[in-house]
Design a protein around this ligand. Structure first.
Ligand SMILES: [Zn+2]
Length: 261
């Protein structure tokens, strides 16, 4: 598994958090500090380790985890879910919270067969936000998923644009997301000039244990999904959910607990 090292937290972590909070208005900084402290249980527990960054899973099985983000086109999301069902494949969806709230019927339908994870409330680039706004983006999305698709919601998180900082990752840990997902292959469907063939070729660059990124925003992504499923199957791959690929996320550190040295 390729992942960023999660160094043991210490005084430097606390100082970093304080420094980050110090850049916002005092009232906001205090609110954020109280929020973080209350989530973690005690004030020193702000010093939690950053969420682990995960690009892929173990390479000992011939499996790939397809992931489908955003959900700006309900038609494309439903079509991709239908293709997955028809082909007996699976994927983990990471819709933006506002899209789930705006089309609950669509997401209830998708959630009957596929896990649905947190991709923020409205696709804010978290590295551009202060601590209070980061917490709000994560919590609002989680509340929407718990309300609309309670049985499908899984405690996994992907940051919009993959934009992460140590502050963002530390807040994710306090919010209960001890890992945050990126990807090691993508169908490149954010390239507006890409053809279906180019998207299929790009999507098939994954290997054993890969996490493959795609989106349900434009119809062309659904067209490429058929070829991507076929291509991996020809090469002997099975499709798994993120949970099946990675197992449960690492345990959250105990509030104010033994992580302090
Ligand atoms: Zn996204």
């Amino acid at each position: 598994m390729v992942s960023a090292p999660a160094p043991a937290p210490g005084r430097a972590e606390v100082e970093l958090t304080r420094a980050a909070l110090g850049r916002v208005r005092p009232a906001v900084a205090i609110a954020a500090f109280v929020t973080l402290a209350s989530v973690a249980g005690t004030l020193p527990a702000v010093a939690v380790p950053p969420a682990e960054i995960v690009f892929d899973g173990p390479s000992d099985r011939r499996v790939v985890a397809l992931t489908i983000d955003d959900g700006y086109s309900e038609e494309t999301c439903l079509r991709m879910a239908a293709i997955l069902r028809r082909r007996g494949a699976t994927a983990t969806f990471f819709p933006v919270g506002s899209n789930v709230a705006g089309h609950p019927g669509v997401w209830r339908s998708i959630g009957r067969d596929f896990p649905i994870a947190n991709h923020t409330a409205n696709h804010a680039l978290l590295t551009h936000l202060g601590p209070v706004a980061i917490v709000e983006q994560v919590r609002r999305a989680r509340r929407i998923l718990e309300r609309v698709v309670p049985d499908a919601a899984v405690p996994e998180f992907r940051a919009p644009g993959g934009a992460l900082s140590r502050q963002v990752r530390r807040i994710l840990t306090t919010e209960g997301y001890t890992r945050t997902l990126l990807w090691d292959a993508t169908n490149a469907d954010t390239d507006l000039d890409a053809s279906v063939g180019a998207m299929v070729r790009a999507g098939l660059r994954g290997g054993p244990g890969s996490i493959v990124l795609m989106h349900c925003n434009r119809p062309i992504s659904a067209s490429a999904l058929e070829g991507i499923i076929s291509g991996y199957r020809v090469r002997g791959y099975r499709f798994v959910t993120i949970r099946e690929l990675l197992g449960p996320p690492p345990a959250r550190p105990r509030p104010g607990g033994a992580q302090h040295r």
